[in-house]
Ligand binder design. Structure first.
Ligand code: 13P
Ligand code: SF4
Length: 364
């Protein structure tokens, strides 16, 4: 588990104006120089992500955390599971900081270790063949460690296909945690029929499945989801196509299977970014992902139409918790010799979670 001493933002930072904050963040960053690396996820707001040394999706940011061993401090502008992964993958001497420890991920919280152990024991008792666990990186370090201990691997939305293929080549069946939608979208595109993917509901006895249903399934999908991406509905795809004929719909694989089936393209945040950056001028895109990323893409590419798949603002409120105030305070604290909001995974959890993360990074 990660240590959870939450340091709260001092009042003095609350009143600072946007220009003051920008100036102070830039000043502190310059003074910290090569001792510091700032990683920023695509969903971060502009006022924060503009200070990131590197931006990326979960895969790119975890690779960066593993390779930037020279920096003393890694300040992660993202959510808790990302900072935990950075702590697991970074060097012993490095310190990982999440500017606001309340920046969690509701999906990651949908699978806890006790529930997963009950599921695992039941699946093992009913099945005779080997099951390989796979966890989406959007999970706690404890779940990653469980997967590592049981011979499985982590995946991200960029490499889920490759990792699920690997798991199904190593065992007869796979258990996919904790995102039902990413698991189903990936399995389906690998040719596994929907009927062969059973949803394990941790709130129900026996996961809500009969023993026959457990025996019959090839992939078990944990009943978890992203509340941001789950808001995109098939009718949004139909509506945007009617309103703007010829528009290309691109969805993140955390969206439901129905939405992904209707979309023209499905991919991670890095994939979405690349497609729009490389798109011809005057092309039109309806994007099913978090609103800050969509708005930034629209602003940076005014010659293309980039809109949200849905008009209601699909915002990740926990990503939004990383404010310029928190970033400024974090950096200025480091300058004064104080580390605030460190994320540190205990050695036993780290050891097994590292196995699962390294397997992901090694699978070609
Ligand atoms: P990406 O790896 O595609 O950036 O996804 C992370 C995430 O949390 C999406 O909700
Ligand atoms: Fe978690 Fe969804 Fe936010 Fe991604 S968008 S960090 S999955 S709550």
């Amino acid at each position: 588990m990660a240590t959870a001493t939450v340091d709260l933002l001092p009042e003095t930072y609350v009143e600072l104006s946007a220009p003051e904050l920008a100036e102070r963040i830039a000043g502190a960053k310059a003074q910290l120089g090569s001792r510091l690396v700032i990683l920023g996820h695509h969903y971060q707001r502009d006022e924060v992500v503009k200070f990131a040394d590197y931006r990326g999706d979960s895969l790119r940011l975890s690779q960066l955390a593993a390779s930037r061993q020279e920096a003393e401090y890694i300040v992660f502008c993202g959510v808790h599971f990302m900072a935990e992964s950075a702590d697991i993958l970074s060097g012993e001497q490095q310190i990982v900081i999440l500017p606001d420890l309340h920046a969690g991920c509701s999906m990651a919280d949908m699978a806890n270790l006790e529930q997963v152990e009950v599921c695992w024991e039941t699946l093992q008792a009913v099945n005779s063949g080997k099951i390989v666990p796979v966890t989406y990186i959007n999970s706690t370090a404890a779940i990653k460690a469980f997967v590592g201990r049981n011979g499985g691997a982590v995946c991200t939305s960029s490499n889920a296909r490759k990792i699920m293929q690997w798991a199904l080549a190593r065992g007869e069946k796979a258990l996919f945690l904790p995102d039902e939608h990413l698991g189903r979208n990936t399995g389906y595109r690998l040719g596994i029929p929907l009927a062969k993917m059973a949803v394990w509901n941790p709130q129900e006895e026996n996961g809500g499945l009969t023993d026959d249903a457990i025996r019959d399934a090839r992939v078990y999908l944990w009943k978890g989801h992203c509340s941001v991406h789950q808001r995109f509905r098939p009718e949004h795809v139909e509506r945007v196509r009617k309103a703007c004929p010829g528009i290309r719909v691109i969805a993140h694989p955390e969206c439901s299977w129905e939405v992904c089936e209707l979309a023209d393209e499905v991919g991670s945040t890095e994939y979405i970014l690349k497609r729009i950056v490389e798109a011809p001028p005057a092309s039109a895109w309806a994007v099913g992902t978090e609103i800050h990323m969509i708005r930034r893409l629209a602003k940076e590419h005014p010659d293309r139409l980039v809109v949200s798949l849905d008009d209601c603002v699909c915002m990740c409120s926990t990503m939004y918790r990383i404010s310029p105030q928190h970033l400024c305070w974090t950096l200025e604290s480091l300058l004064s010799g104080q580390v605030v909001n460190r994320v540190s995974v205990d050695p036993e959890t780290k050891r097994w979670a590292l196995d699962a993360l390294n397997r992901m990074l090694e699978i070609k």
